[in-house]
Design a binder for this molecule. Structure first.
Ligand code: AMP
Ligand code: ZN
Length: 491
């Protein structure tokens, strides 16, 4: 039985999806104001392990990861450079996708962008206003946390101890400053503005994830992940907005990974103590060694990043690699040795038991390294045949392809990671409005922007015309490209 530690209950619980055999998973994605650092990659690799294990267990997974392309940080970044949000965030989105594939992370089924989902956010805010959970102040709209009695349950804070009463506009703040938070921010000089039914302005960060998760996964879904820094205020606020607006439970299981730290401090862009994946690869490490490092510490333990630790990860991966290569040299004919067969079965059981126990990767890796040690002994004694070697190699390859993803034999990947869509697309992702259309349009807009950046204006014009022919008018504004439906062009 699979069990996970649920931050909401503070306990390890049996995992029971809403619908048998299907899991709806939402993971908070990158805020694209800079390159993702390896602390971020720790979170994404943990989520990848979770997803791979669910898939390995025969469960279908619908996975959505948002891209935060409008918030305080992206706006400040774009403003400082004097370019549009879209121009500013595009290279970071592209780098994110490239690094994700380099690290062998299975792509999500959807990567909705905040800027493409303003309408859905407005719908939630309208509901919150109607139901009395939100109020207007100086052109902004705030969530009144004292109207939502369960506020604080996830982060285990007690409002009465903190005497909240203030209000704040910043997307991020500490538990000590708990306050009413902005759902919608009034127009400000230098900030993008959307003209909407609730007035002009732009969304707060938290409402973005409430809107995008429910759009693609439904109002209640199974698992929501992120790093522990997301618990407060981000996830606490997501729960408040979603449950107050929809009147149903938002998420059943909240899984958070602990931080990757450097010298005891959280690796963070704002602290300047960060390495991007490129920084590490430039020092001669293989990306799958980085993946192994990020993967091999249990996700709820702090991971102290050092180059020594990376060396150890390299050594661990090399042990698996040497073993895989040694197996190719076994030449002895003969039947399979029952002892080897038994070793494989014990390792399989140990690996699975570890992962079922709240993704206890240490136990799983101990089972794998135990197998390698015992099998090496049999190989040295000449008690293993070519058939045994084949069975061992198949087992290691199977575990690697399904779970570890560290490609120990450096074979060119048989499957293009971009095509390894985790999920079997028959898992119904019920898009409640025209989400797929939005995504398609966004893809065409991106292609046009790329063409323009490459000075391929002919192609850019063609894409614009093609969209217009299907009733979508593009408008280039100082804050990026907007689109609106105008009905199919008349010919
Ligand atoms: P951000 O781009 O800052 O919104 O973060 C994206 C994801 O990375 C979120 O799930 C964060 O919780 C996670 N994250 C950020 N910093 C770290 C860190 N040092 N260690 C682990 N996860 C992190
Ligand atoms: Zn989020």
């Amino acid at each position: 039985m699979i069990r996970f530690y649920n931050t909401l209950s503070g306990k390890v619980e049996p995992f029971v999806p809403l619908e048998p055999g299907i899991v709806k998973l939402y993971t908070c994605g990158p805020t694209v104001y800079d390159f993702s650092h390896i602390g971020n990659w720790r979170a994404y690799v943990f989520e990848d392990l979770l997803k791979r294990f669910l898939l390995f267990s025969g469960i279908k997974v619908s996975h959505v990861m948002n891209i935060t392309d409008v918030d305080d940080k992206t706006i400040n970044g774009a403003h400082a450079k004097g370019i549009s949000l879209e121009e500013y965030t595009r290279p970071f989105i592209e780098a994110f996708e490239k690094d994700r594939d380099t690290l062998g992370i299975l792509p999500a089924d959807h990567y909705p962008r905040a800027t493409g989902h303003i309408r859905e956010m407005v719908d939630i805010i309208k509901l919150l206003l109607e139901k009395g959970f939100a109020y207007r102040k100086d052109g902004s709209i705030y969530f009144a946390i004292d109207k939502f009695p369960a506020y604080g349950r996830l982060a285990k804070i007690h409002l009465e101890d903190l005497r909240p009463g203030s209000r704040g506009d910043a997307d991020e703040y500490e538990k000590e400053n708990v306050h009413d938070f902005a759902l919608w921010k009034a127009p400000k000089e230098g900030e993008p503005v959307w003209e909407t039914e609730i007035g002009p302005g732009r969304p707060g960060w938290h409402v973005e994830c409430s809107a995008m998760s429910s759009k693609y996964l439904g109002r209640t879904f199974d698992i929501h992940c992120g790093g522990v820094d997301n618990i407060f205020p981000h996830h606490e606020n997501e729960i408040a907005q979603s449950e107050a607006a929809n009147g149903v439970k938002f998420v059943n299981y909240w899984l958070h990974c602990h931080h990757l730290v450097v010298d005891g401090e959280k690796m963070a862009k704002s602290k300047g103590n960060f390495y991007t994946l490129r920084d590490v690869l430039d020092r001669g490490y293989d990306p799958r060694e980085v993946r192994f490092l990020l993967l091999s510490t249990h996700y709820r333990k702090m991971l102290n990043f050092t180059f020594d630790a990376l060396e150890q990860a390299r050594a661990g991966r090399n042990r698996i690699r040497d073993f895989s290569f040694d197996l190719r040299d076994v030449k002895r004919d003969g039947p399979a040795n029952p002892e080897v067969t038994q070793l494989i079965e014990t390792a399989r059981a140990g690996l699975i038991a570890g992962l079922e126990d709240d993704l206890n990767i240490s136990e799983s890796l101990a089972a794998l390294f135990g197998l390698i040690k015992s099998a090496n002994r049999l190989l040295a004694q000449g008690s293993a045949s070519r058939a045994d070697a084949g069975n061992l190699a198949d087992f290691v390859a199977m575990i690697d392809e399904n779970i570890l993803g560290i490609n120990p034999t450096d074979v060119p990947l048989r499957v293009d990671p971009a095509k390894m869509r985790s999920t079997v697309s028959d898992v119904a992702i019920k898009v409640e409005s025209s989400g797929d259309l939005d995504l398609e349009i966004q893809k065409r807009i991106d292609a046009r922007q790329k063409a323009r950046a490459e000075k391929n204006f002919k192609m850019a014009d063609e894409i614009r015309k093609e969209l217009l022919d299907s009733g979508i008018l593009l408008e280039d504004t100082k804050d990026g490209v907007r689109w609106k439906k105008v009905g199919p062009a008349r010919t």
